[in-house]
Design a protein around this ligand. Structure first.
Ligand code: ASP
Length: 455
């Protein structure tokens, strides 16, 4: 049995939805279909999820919102017309959006955002299920609430709870093809919560694990995963097979093809993931697996992501002070801040943080507390950093790899602000100023992927 997930561009228009049906029909193993909200049809287009966020923000601000609501509805209408569906479904979607606004206005702003965002996939799944039926596929829409996709109570960043897997396992017995909306679940007490942006990948993975699928197919709009961002590097090498660990590292820092939280459910069961192209389904795509064939390259991919800040703390004899690190991280915990890396020296430590979690007030509070409570000598934040990550199972025990990487970076004139290598040696990260991100990515790509450079 296969679980297949279709991303936003794969369900953006009637024409795309027709391709989805053809793909599902062509393989009887494709029994569970997870869908996103309609995404972009062309590069300047706006995703339905973003239209829904604009709608929610207008409601929250107490502004007139009918035109924003109609913009959302018109995307569905265009698709319903193109698919030849009964337009009663458009009435239902309009009523549904009004009902969500009405109900959520009595609860909270965060709930309003969550429920409106989730409506994007929910209404799309209902519509796509109706289309499947209209073309003779024995299909049904299944609601995450009834199916028991239980999540924790974290607005906009929910995570599935262990019970969800047991609840969802019975879907494997369905006679019909299941059309399931991605991106959201319900808390134990029945409150809707969405996953992180791009979280329909997570839903697909949870379902694949719950029904113990043979394969999780993730359909998007590219033929495969590339070894570096094709918008920066010209014709980067295509990746045919990649391990879970490699993909996790790469998607964490900039590889947006697959959500970095989406691997966790399938990793435990060793279910392979196949990234495929809805517009070119005959191409094999990229397989994400627990163990892959060896290739001659130590490096599988290089990713880069901006938007990092560094909290720098120094104190003489820090290394002798028991509990210093814990106390520092506790201050961050109390400000609800997660950290990415903590490279350290004898008397200093840097904490690498995603900048979107910070605000000038939070920073001021943190700096004050570290001075007052930890009696540090020096404490400050710096912003505007990128993380460049070199990833590859073949890096383990590969002598000279760091030397090659740092030499390539040195040639760009950039200063390396931080280096981090986990003990698994599957990745090596560099913190650099954002303005150097693209040149470094190109330089590292040339070093590790240009034919003459493969050693
Ligand atoms: N529609 C949601 C988003 O744009 C979730 C997804 O597409 O995976 O983030």
């Amino acid at each position: 049995m296969k679980v297949c997930k279709f991303g936003g561009t794969s369900v953006a228009s009637a024409e795309q939805v027709k391709k989805v049906v053809a793909i599902v029909k062509s393989d009887a193993m494709r029994k569970i279909v997870v869908v996103s909200a309609p995404g972009k049809r062309f590069s300047e287009d706006i995703k339905v999820t973003d239209l829904l966020i604009q709608l929610a923000k207008a409601v929250i601000a107490g502004k007139k919102y009918e035109d924003k609501l109609q913009k959302v509805v018109s995307r569905y209408k265009e698709n319903a017309e193109g698919l030849g569906l009964d337009l009663a479904i458009i009435e239902e979607i309009t009523t549904d959006l009004h009902a969500r606004i009405h109900e959520a206005s009595k609860v909270s702003e965060e709930y309003l955002l969550d429920t409106l965002k989730a409506s994007g996939e929910d209404n799309n799944a209902k519509m796509i299920a109706a289309y499947f039926k209209s073309v003779g596929v024995n299909a049904k829409y299944v609601s995450p609430k009834e199916a028991g996709l239980i999540v924790n109570d974290a607005p906009e960043r929910a995570m599935a709870l262990p019970d969800a897997y047991d609840n969802l396992s019975s879907l494997k017995n369905s006679k019909e093809v299941i059309v399931f909306p991605g991106f959201f679940g319900y808390t134990k007490s029945g409150v809707l919560r969405t996953f992180d942006r791009g979280g329909s990948d997570i839903t697909g993975s949870i379902l694949a694990a719950a029904v113990q699928a043979d394969l999780y197919e993730n359909f998007t709009d590219v033929d495969c995963v590339f070894s570096a961002n094709p918008k920066v590097v010209n014709h980067p090498a295509e990746i045919q097979e990649i391990t879970y660990r490699e993909m996790r590292e790469l998607s964490y820092a900039g590889f947006s093809v697959f959500h970095d939280e989406a691997l966790m459910p399938v990793v435990k069961l060793g279910i392979p993931v196949n990234i495929k192209n809805t517009n070119n389904p005959q191409v094999e795509g990229t397989k994400i697996v627990s163990k892959r064939k060896e290739n001659h390259r130590p490096v599988t991919g290089i990713s880069a992501d901006s938007g990092f800040s560094i909290l720098y703390v120094s104190k003489y004899l820090m290394n002798r002070e028991i509990g210093f690190g814990r106390k520092l991280l506790q201050i961050l915990e109390e400000e609800h801040i997660s950290y990415e890396h903590t490279p350290s020296g004898l008397d200093d430590i840097s904490v690498i943080i995603r900048s979107h979690q910070l605000s000038p007030e939070k920073e001021e509070r943190i700096v004050k507390r570290v001075y007052n409570e930890l009696h540090a000598d020096d404490v400050y934040f710096r912003h505007g950093f990128s993380m460049i990550v070199i990833v590859g199972e073949g890096m383990n025990n590969n002598t000279g790899l760091a030397a090659r990487a740092t030499a390539a970076i040195a040639k760009t004139g950039a200063n390396i602000e931080m280096i981090n290598q986990g003990s698994s040696e599957v990745s090596l990260s560099f913190g650099v100023q954002e303005k150097f991100e693209n040149v470094i990515l190109q330089a590292l790509y040339d070093e590790f992927f240009a034919v003459a450079a493969v050693r």
